[in-house]
Design a protein. Structure first.
Length: 438
């Protein structure tokens, strides 16, 4: 499967982010429209935020109180005629800061009046804003009064008011919600897909003929568990078909061997060189049928046949069994152990067949008096044939896949069943076949 394909988590993350951003834009339009056309609410927010900025310059140090106008509003309230005026005083009416003359005093509440904690009066309706208002603040244990007024809002402070509301009531909470929803969704999907991921890895190793091989769906969600059950059922049917194929192949082989055996028996009663040649051809045909049957049966191997075995001990037994036959065919056989023991999981019968095929092929397709060397290493079996000295290799029978029937295909299939490989190389004195089972 291509790694460029997006994961389910990535797809969900993109979709959640898209719809969350779309919801934020729609809510932004609703919030902006609601505040922009509500002049009364906008005026109230204007007074609250602007007085809060001015009040941040009040410093109470024990019994002393001083005021320094904040830099964020200094330009607006330090210039006369800038369209903004302000007054800051304590509860007794003593001025801490004032940016207006006597003319603007008429817009504020009289100094001898105890103002409420919040007051607002609109000078002209509509926008741009023209208003006057004030607010009381408690800093420490003291009460301070901050009054402001603006005529037509020349610095467009209203835009800052709207942006602050959007940030406070929309962007910040929606961002937190997006992170929580996105993180929770991805975590939930990851947890839900964990058994599915394990089942996908198990599906790569599943074998229809292994009764122990199946997908575990105990912890899967119901919808995906139903798919896993269907996959297990399909593999079970495949296994049954392969078993039927095995029975059919065995039956066909048995039916073919019987007439071939009768034919060879009849040829034995004929005393003629052509009869001997026919007997050799019948033997080759019997061997070919046996190899064809063995190859077909490999497709229905049950993985439960695998067991812990010693490759050195197994190879030694095969070499001991075939040694008399090799010597009868005018060849010599050597066995070399490169390790003391080589343990692995495998099917002993299949590995014996593989080594037997390699040795028999080496005997049948090399000149007489060749040396067959079997080497066993850690997870490897190497069969090397060395031609007799004085015989050019080009003049000897070439060991190609065409001249070996299906023997090498059987060995290669056995290697695949054991997750291994079969390789062939050519040496100066013959050929080397290596069965790698690591």
């Amino acid at each position: 499967m291509s790694r460029s394909r997006p994961t389910l988590g990535a797809i969900l993350a993109r979709r959640i982010a898209f719809f969350a951003i779309l919801a934020m834009l729609l809510q932004l339009a609703v919030v902006f429209s609601d505040y922009y056309w509500n002049v009364g609410e906008l005026s109230r927010l204007f007074v609250e935020q602007e007085t809060e900025r001015l009040a941040s310059g009040i410093v109470v140090d024990g019994a002393s109180v001083r005021y320094r106008i904040p830099e964020s509003v200094q330009e607006r309230y330090s210039q006369g005629g800038a369209g903004y005026v302000a007054r800051v005083r304590d509860a007794s009416g003593a001025l801490l800061f004032e940016s207006c003359d006597a003319a603007c005093e008429d817009r504020f509440l009289p100094a001898d009046v105890n103002p409420p904690d919040f007051w607002l009066r609109s000078l002209t309706p509509g926008k741009p804003l023209s208003l006057v208002g004030g607010r009381a603040f408690f800093i420490g244990s003291q009460r301070f009064l901050v009054d402001i007024a603006t005529i037509n809002d020349p610095s467009d402070v209203m835009s800052d008011v709207l942006w602050n509301e959007v940030m406070e009531h929309l962007i910040v909470p929606m961002s937190i919600l997006l992170v929580l929803v996105l993180g929770g969704t991805l975590l939930s999907v990851r947890q839900a897909l964990r058994p599915v991921r394990a089942a996908a890895e198990a599906a790569d190793r599943i074998e229809p003929m292994d009764s122990r091989s199946h997908l575990d769906f105990d912890e899967m969600p119901r919808e995906i568990a139903h798919l896993a059950v269907a996959v297990n059922r399909a593999f079970k049917r495949v296994g049954e078909l392969m078993k039927s194929q095995k029975i059919l192949t065995s039956g066909i082989a048995h039916e073919i061997r019987t007439p071939l055996a009768a034919l060879k028996l009849e040829l034995g009663h004929i005393d003629h060189p052509r009869a001997r040649q026919a007997e050799a051809d019948v033997d080759d045909l019997v061997r070919f049928v046996g190899q064809l049957t063995a190859l077909a049966r490999l497709d229905s191997v049950d993985q439960s046949m695998f067991e812990e075995l010693d490759l050195v001990e197994l190879s030694s037994s095969v070499v001991t069994q075939l040694a008399p036959w090799v010597y009868e065919n005018n060849h010599s056989l050597e066995f070399v152990c490169q390790v003391q023991a080589a343990g692995l999981q495998g099917a002993p019968a299949l590995l014996r067949d593989a080594l037997r095929n390699l040795i028999e092929n080496a005997v049948r397709h090399t000149p007489h008096h060749s040396t067959i060397i079997v080497r066993v290493g850690d997870g490897t079996i190497t069969v090397e044939d060395r031609y007799p000295q004085g015989i050019p290799q080009d003049a000897a029978n070439e060991r190609s896949s065409d001249s070996l029937g299906i023997g090498l295909k059987i060995v290669g299939r056995i290697a695949e069943i054991h997750q291994g490989s079969l390789s062939k190389t050519r040496s100066r004195s013959g050929h080397i076949f290596e069965l790698n089972l690591r």
